[in-house]
Design a protein around this ligand. Structure first.
Ligand code: CP
Length: 325
């Protein structure tokens, strides 16, 4: 089936595009259906651009400061690749250990410094609200690449793109999120984004890693149904999207608790044999043990496509925010 990623309508696109120009991207709450359609449509055009030409000069002369206070492989390198493929350049601060942060420089001063050199700042930081703080002090646009256990909005956008690409549309899907729902910023953002569509949610986790109340409140307030479970076997046969997350050792203060829950959920060929033929398994990556390597060649395994889609969606965001989409 042809994925239902809408082509960009030029009149509507102009209005929406103007809404992105110069804006910070801090939370998925900034996106309604029109903005989502727009970014998914531009993301699709970026995918076609890369497949046909490899790169373009849309952002030639623009500079991105890529500021990462926490480890990253995908988000950091896909933002860099996105900027480079659009003809821009990157100041990579992928390890703040080698920056003046180790001399005690504050986040506001670091941001003020980088915006003196760059046109846009991408930031990942361990504290919830840090991207909003950076945006407060910056006059240039700031994009949240993950603020602690808070949000990861660009991940949610690429997740949404992957779902539409694989299953054609979002409406009517049964979406299950599995694993560390308490600390997982990806599932917080994706849940809050998916309330824009008529989906059914199932949250599967151990008791100590349940989805936070503020996220459940957003689901309930939007009129969506959800259920909470502990056993993935009970729901696997019924879901269209199984979104698996890593239990994040780095977020636990009590490592005994981590050891108790770390291997609770493992997606393996036996579990997949109970899943529908037309469904997808997603993971923001990195994975540890929660998806067996034996599942990687299953056509329902979407996590590597998901990872690649991150570059297209980040190209779309950079172009939109810098006024060049
Ligand atoms: N999905 C994700 O955020 O991966 P990284 O931590 O490697 O950026």
């Amino acid at each position: 089936m042809e994925p239902k990623i809408k082509q960009v309508d030029s009149m509507a696109a102009n209005r929406i595009h103007n809404g992105f120009y110069g804006q910070d991207i801090i939370s998925v709450s900034q996106f309604d259906r029109a903005r989502l359609d727009y970014i998914l449509g531009v993301g699709n055009e970026m995918k076609i651009l890369v497949e046909r030409f490899g790169s373009a000069d849309l952002l030639q002369g623009k500079i991105l400061a890529n500021l990462f206070y926490e480890p990253s492989t995908r988000t950091s390198s896909s933002f860099m690749a996105a900027m480079l493929r659009l003809g821009g350049q990157v100041i990579p601060i992928n390890n703040v250990q080698y920056s003046s942060v180790t001399k005690g420089e504050s986040l506001p001063d670091t941001v003020r410094t980088l915006e003196s050199y760059a046109d846009i700042i991408v930031i990942r930081h361990p504290e919830v609200g840090s991207a909003a703080t950076a945006a407060h002090y910056a006059s240039k646009p700031v994009i949240n690449a993950g603020d602690g256990v808070g949000e990861h909005p660009t991940q949610a956008l690429l997740d949404l793109y992957t779902i539409v690409e694989a299953l054609g549309e979002v409406g009517g899907l049964k979406v299950a999120m599995v694993g560390d729902l308490k600390f997982g910023r990806t599932v917080h953002s994706l849940t809050k984004l998916l309330v824009n569509y008529p989906v059914e949610f199932t949250f599967v986790s151990p008791e100590i890693l349940r989805m936070p109340k503020d996220v459940l409140d957003v689901v309930a307030a939007s009129g969506h149904r959800y259920e909470e479970r502990e056993d993935v076997h009970e729901i696997i046969g019924d879901v269209d999207v199984l979104y698996v997350t890593r239990v994040q050792k780095e977020r636990f203060t009590d490592l005994a608790e981590y050891d108790m829950v770390k291997d609770r959920y493992v997606v393996d060929p036996e579990l997949m044999s109970r899943a529908k033929e037309r469904m997808i398994i997603m993971h923001p990556l990195p994975r540890v043990n929660e998806i067996s390597y034996a599942v990687d060649n299953d056509p329902r395994a979407a996590y590597f496509r998901q990872m690649r889609n991150g570059m297209y969606i980040r190209m779309a965001l950079l172009a939109a925010v810098l006024g060049k989409a």
